[in-house]
Write a protein that binds this ligand. Structure first.
Ligand code: C2E
Ligand code: CA
Ligand code: CA
Ligand code: CA
Length: 277
């Protein structure tokens, strides 16, 4: 038993060692990815089902590792946050989205709103506001056509400071949207403090909306609440016609999901937009 215990301990040490080493490797690769320009911004259309029009795009980053391996943001954003690399990555996404918006407009004649995801660490660092101001000044981007998506849970972390930052960003002309809405615990009293325009209903509620009465009721409540607060409401992760029909009936007409389009790179997006309806 004693030998076995020692063996477990040895295995534990080995596992820890492997894990630390793996993390270090990814961290080094992520650092290099910033300087080697390995990030690509994909775009997913948002559709207004009343008019059938695409009115906006969400920018979603991808890491293209050498050898054509695509790494999802869910895998590297947490590490980018821990290491602070998220600041450089975030700046790249905002700048790219501004530049691409103009290209899309020039090539398709469609004047779309582009939403950019911002994580907790980005929101806390003073660089975000400075970077946005610099990019607005130098890229010729139209702030009124840009939107930031901020998760609900993030808003509740340091309310006073967050309100101040968001007020400044809103004053520049950016719209603000609360992402993953319904998963946090924000109260209406708090929501009113933030300069927000849109609530995005989290995919987890949309997923089972046609089978789960509870989820359907939550979605209806969020839609009604947005209307009462004078906010836009968008449903994310819509995959079936049944879901979109149900959402339409419930009063939500802005929809994003695989039903219409997956996120895609600019060279696929432009022909897609040209062919849309
Ligand atoms: P999110 O902001 O909630 O983005 C929605 C995610 O759902 C995206 O995953 C999108 O590709 C996926 N999705 C869209 N429609 C559907 C659908 O119909 N079904 C399913 N199953 N999934 C759908 P993605 O692109 O892997 O991004 C994951 C998360 O990474 C995002 O969640 C966001 O929190 C974060 N992220 C992505 N890009 C950025 C970025 O540039 N900066 C920061 N800070 N975070 C980002
Ligand atoms: Ca989002
Ligand atoms: Ca979301
Ligand atoms: Ca999410």
């Amino acid at each position: 038993a004693k030998a076995e215990g020692r063996n477990d301990y040895h295995m534990f040490r080995q596992e820890m060692h492997d894990r630390v080493e793996r993390r270090l490797k990814i961290e080094t690769a992520l650092r290099q990815a910033v300087t080697r320009d390995e990030f690509v911004v994909f775009y997913q259309p948002k559709v207004d089902i009343k008019s059938g029009r695409i009115y906006g795009l969400e920018a979603l980053i991808r890491w293209m590792r050498p050898g054509n391996e695509i790494v999802s943001p869910a895998e590297f954003i947490p590490l980018a946050e821990e290491t602070g690399l998220i600041i450089d990555i975030g700046r790249y996404v905002i700048e790219t989205a501004c530049i691409n918006r103009k290209t899309i407009n020039d090539e398709t004649g469609q004047d779309l709103i582009i939403s950019i995801n911002v994580s907790g660490r980005q929101l806390k660092e003073p660089e975000l506001l400075k970077d946005i101001k610099d990019i607005v000044a130098t890229s010729g981007c139209i702030p009124e056509k840009m939107e930031l998506e901020i998760t609900e849970s993030m808003l509740m972390e340091d309310v006073e400071a967050t309100v101040a930052t968001l007020d400044e960003i809103a004053a520049l002309g950016f719209a603000l949207s609360i992402d993953d809405f319904g998963t946090g615990y924000s109260s209406l009293a708090y929501l009113k403090k933030f300069p927000i325009n849109t609530l995005k209903i989290d995919r987890s509620f949309i997923m089972d909306i046609t089978d789960d009465k509870e989820d359907a009721r939550i979605v209806q409540t969020i839609i009604d609440m947005s209307k009462n607060l004078g906010l836009e409401v968008v449903a994310e992760g819509v995959e079936t016609i049944e879901q979109s029909q149900m959402l339409k009936k419930a009063g939500c007409t802005k929809i994003q999901g695989y039903l219409y389009a997956k996120p895609m790179p600019l060279d696929e997006l432009i022909p897609f937009l040209k062919n849309w309806k």
